[in-house]
Design a protein. Structure first.
Ligand code: UD1
Length: 430
């Protein structure tokens, strides 16, 4: 078990490079098996979730060749098995994207039913509704979803909730169905658009991704492509919010500023300076943060994956702020940990009522999930004294070299794996 140890109190300064979007990459890697030709994917983040999905893809018989840390070649012509092992879905829910990819290509797929997770119950009824509308029979047998069809037929599907996963999964299956599929009330997240662009680069015919109606004209076959994944909006936002919490001035490179608008707007509201460049954003904070209210919403609203990070910043702002979580039911678990660091936060169902404090005090805390884990690191960077964050494997699922990137901005943070190393760190940094 590894921990982060942090000596807080330093402002962050300098530049940081953002990697490829994890959530786009998860879907694109699954979609890459839909052709028998070789696909080259670049700008992959080297994070645990991606590496597990690559193993799952190998597990069904595809050839996966890691060209370098951020590039992979995949060939799906050797797939021998359309059933995905439980081991992978247990480690990463997003291996359910293999359901849409395999169903589209082979008209059959079997994937274990994903359970809940630390942020809520996370049903997949809308994915299954979409597959059924395309003519697949979907059964749940021994804890697995089995979807099959003689032929998939284009259809009109209205999503009852705006779901990123369902939009992408249905889009993949429909890319190889007969005729036209319409997905209404589709998710508009940048990674939905990235997956559509990737499929189109393989010969699919998808229009309207990024709006709430996606039109997919099915094609018989997909072909090889070379594709570079978009930058990670949430990794970028996490560094931006870290500057808000610690103060300083950081230029976040390799981003698409448009994807960060909801985050930049909130940073401006709370008193940070934000300057947008072509492929970079500079965030500065001098002086105390101001209060605001935030409600998470589907894109282009404020992302739920940035909710813990902005809460950490707002808990240091002057006055009362309210954060409302409208996407997931159980996403404030980290608040108790923040309170242990001196924050004043009261949770009432899906709302956090925050009374800003002047500072955090270092404490031993534990990461309950990926984004909340990153948020606790930010709190540690802003805190007086030493913070130890346990359970950082959650953070490693989605942030590449998090501590290295923070150190390059002047943070004092180390990854350790024993109490002895924690003691050594304490002695060294005082
Ligand atoms: C994706 C992201 C996750 C992000 C979330 C919302 C990946 C791998 N994960 O998750 O980081 O927090 O989008 O931006 O891309 N829902 C249903 N039925 C369904 C599907 C979803 O009721 O069939 C509900 C969910 O419980 C949730 C809401 O819809 O309340 C949105 O979920 P969804 O957009 O599907 O999230 P994911 O794709 O799982």
């Amino acid at each position: 078990m590894e921990q982060y140890v942090i000596k807080g109190g330093n402002p962050l300064n300098g530049t940081v490079e953002i990697g490829g979007a994890k959530n786009a990459a998860l879907a694109i890697l699954a979609a890459a098996i839909m052709t028998d030709e070789t696909v080259l994917i670049e700008n992959l983040p080297d994070v645990r979730d991606i590496n597990v999905l690559l193993e799952a893809i190998q597990g069904i018989g595809a050839i996966v060749e890691r060209v370098n840390r951020s590039t992979v070649r995949i060939n799906g012509s050797t797939i021998s098995d359309v059933s995905v092992d439980y081991e992978y879905i247990r480690k990463i829910r997003a291996s359910y994207y293999l359901l849409g990819a395999l169903l589209g290509k082979y008209k059959k797929a079997e994937v274990p039913l994903p359970g809940g997770c630390n942020i809520g119950s996370r049903p997949i009824d809308q994915h299954l509704k979409g597959f059924k509308a395309l003519g697949a029979s979907v059964d749940i047998l021994h804890g697995s979803i089995s979807a099959r069809a003689e032929a998939l037929k284009g259809s009109e599907i209205y999503l009852d909730v705006v779901s990123v996963g369902a939009t992408i999964n249905i889009m993949m299956a429909a890319a190889m169905a007969d005729g036209l599929t319409l997905i209404e009330n589709a998710a508009k997240e940048p990674h939905v658009v990235d997956v559509a662009n990737f499929l189109n680069s393989m010969g699919a015919n998808i229009k309207g991704a990024g709006t709430d109606t996606i039109r997919i004209n099915g094609v018989k076959k997909l072909h090889k492509t070379e594709y570079s994944i978009i930058p990670d909006q949430i990794e970028a936002g996490t560094f931006m919010m870290a500057v808000a919490a610690t103060g300083g001035s950081v230029t976040v490179h390799n981003v698409i500023p448009k994807h960060l608008e909801a985050i930049s707007a909130k940073l401006l509201e709370i008193g940070c300076q934000v300057e947008e460049m072509d492929d970079a954003v500079r965030v500065e904070r001098h002086g105390r943060l101001k209060k605001t209210n935030v409600k998470t919403l589907p894109y282009p609203g404020f992302p739920t994956d940035m909710q813990p990070q902005i809460t950490v910043a707002l808990a240091l702002a002057e006055g009362n702020s309210i954060v409302t979580e409208s996407i997931f039911e159980n996403r404030f678990k980290y608040a108790d940990e923040l309170v242990r660091m001196g924050a004043s936060i009261k949770i009432k169902s899906n709302t956090a009522v925050i009374d800003g404090v002047e500072k955090y005090m270092g404490a031993r805390v534990s990461a309950p999930d990926l984004r909340a884990g990153a948020a606790l690191v930010i709190a540690g960077l802003a805190a007086e004294g030493i913070t130890v964050v346990d359970d950082i494997e959650y953070i490693q699922r989605g942030y590449e070299n998090f501590e290295g990137k923070l150190r390059s901005l002047g943070a004092i943070i180390e990854r350790v794996s024993s109490e002895k190393e924690i003691q050594k760190f304490r002695m060294r940094v005082g």
